[in-house]
Design a protein around this ligand. Structure first.
Ligand SMILES: *Cc1c(COP(=O)(O)O)cnc(C)c1O
Length: 390
């Protein structure tokens, strides 16, 4: 039987055929004129999809964690104060990265599913002179969507560099790097950007580059050092050959194809589509009687949904396996404090309503097989109705 599963996890996601074809093209030299042009165009397009007018894009071989590592390595020096606004697992990871580079880290966090409030953040910013503030726009471990515009405004008001982990949000959630005065937006290829895993993506503001250039100590990470990459990224954008370390040629070509598709759809239209998919998925979970990890619908991500298991559902690993047997792959919990209490559905990138309906249908079957009786089709009907209304 043909292996035909639908991958509905919060990354990696389903990829467009044209993106996958670009991956399979014969690999060219990294200084082939056609590749230089594709890389240069990908950098320009990356700037555009993050809503940056004059930021410096970086495309490195690596994953989202390398993008976080790069931001930390270049912007933090020993003894710097860093404020991490954490809404889950990836906030904790950012704190660990910044500490590794010598920062004195203060983490503001909330109960899983919550978000530290703006007054608390402002009080903390007033207490100390923070050099950097990090925010995770969508923490994939909780499905919480942070109010990046407001937190960034506060951070900037108190003179901090604002770094946004947009790994689960860039090209899926509204994010306006220049309008919101953000200093670093970082992401990875395999989530809403729609390219197989393997690229770390960053855009740095002019202020971030100035802060990097004003460092007193060398960057403690050779590969991630912007001093090595800045001339390379500038050369590719100017369509000139250059070399520091071999770029992931096929992935960069595929990135250019995907970014072209994203711009052809239109970033605003794409964000709107993600909202429609999210509303459909969340309406279905509610109709099936499942709660959600985010404490309030207003702080729930649109790129993913984090439903809570019904209390009656005893064998949770078996449930996930049953959904997979129905042909849809979803993910288990990730936040260590609530890992066995919820599961995760990704609906980003190329996701269409048919994908959401298929996912809800598979979840319905698996719930019934697992002994949690629901009316077959009730979730699907709620998703379809929410989609019609969106
Ligand atoms: C996935 C993810 C990361 C880590 O990215 P990797 O590519 O797995 O290294 C970091 N932050 C957030 C918000 C993520 O969703």
């Amino acid at each position: 039987m043909k292996k035909r599963t639908l991958l509905m996890i919060p990354g990696p996601i389903e990829f467009e055929p044209a993106v996958l074809s670009a991956m399979g093209e014969p690999t060219s030299s990294h200084v082939d004129p056609e590749f230089i042009d594709a890389f240069g165009q990908a950098l320009e397009r990356l700037r555009e999809i993050t809503g940056s007018t004059d930021g410096q894009p970086f495309v490195l071989a690596g994953s989202g964690t390398l993008a976080m590592d790069t931001a930390g390595a270049n912007l933090v020096e020993r003894g710097d104060q860093a404020l991490v606004i954490s809404t889950g697992f990836f906030g904790t990871r950012f704190a660990a990265i910044l500490e590794r580079y010598g920062a004195e880290v203060t983490t503001l966090t909330a109960q899983p599913g919550g978000l530290p409030d703006l007054n608390e953040i402002e009080a903390e910013l007033r207490r100390k002179a923070y050099k950097v503030v990090t925010i995770t726009q969508v923490d994939t471990s909780t499905g919480v969507l942070a109010d990046v515009a407001s937190i960034a405004r506060l951070g900037r008001q108190y003179g901090a560099l604002v770094i946004v982990d947009g790994v689960c949000s860039v090209a899926g959630e509204e994010l306006r790097m220049s309008d919101w005065d953000i200093d670093v937006v970082l992401t990875a290829s395999q989530k809403a950007v729609g390219v197989p895993p393997g690229l770390a993506l960053l855009v740095a503001s002019k202020r971030a580059i100035d802060a990097f250039q004003a460092r007193k100590s060398p960057v403690a990470n050779y590969y991630a050092d912007w001093g090595n990459w800045l001339p390379i990224m500038q050369a590719y954008e100017a369509r000139r050959p250059s070399y520091f370390a071999t770029p992931a040629v096929n992935l960069v070509s595929a990135l250019n194809v995907s970014l072209g598709q994203i711009l052809a759809e239109g970033v605003d239209q794409r964000v709107h589509r993600h909202k429609a998919m999210s509303q459909a998925c969340k309406a279905a979970m509610q109709a099936l009687g499942l709660g959600q990890v985010p404490q309030d619908p207003a702080i729930a991500a649109h790129t993913m949904t984090a439903p809570r298991y019904p209390g009656e559902l005893a064998d949770r690993p078996a449930f996930l396996k049953r959904v997979a047997q129905e042909g849809v792959v979803i993910a288990g919990g990730l936040h260590p404090a609530i890992k066995n209490e919820y599961f995760r559905i990704g609906h980003m990138g190329t996701t269409k309503i048919g994908d959401v309906l298929a996912t809800v249908g598979a979840i319905e079957s698996a719930l019934n097989e697992s002994g949690y009786q629901i009316e077959p089709g009730s979730g699907v009907a709620a998703a379809a109705a929410a989609y019609q209304a969106s």
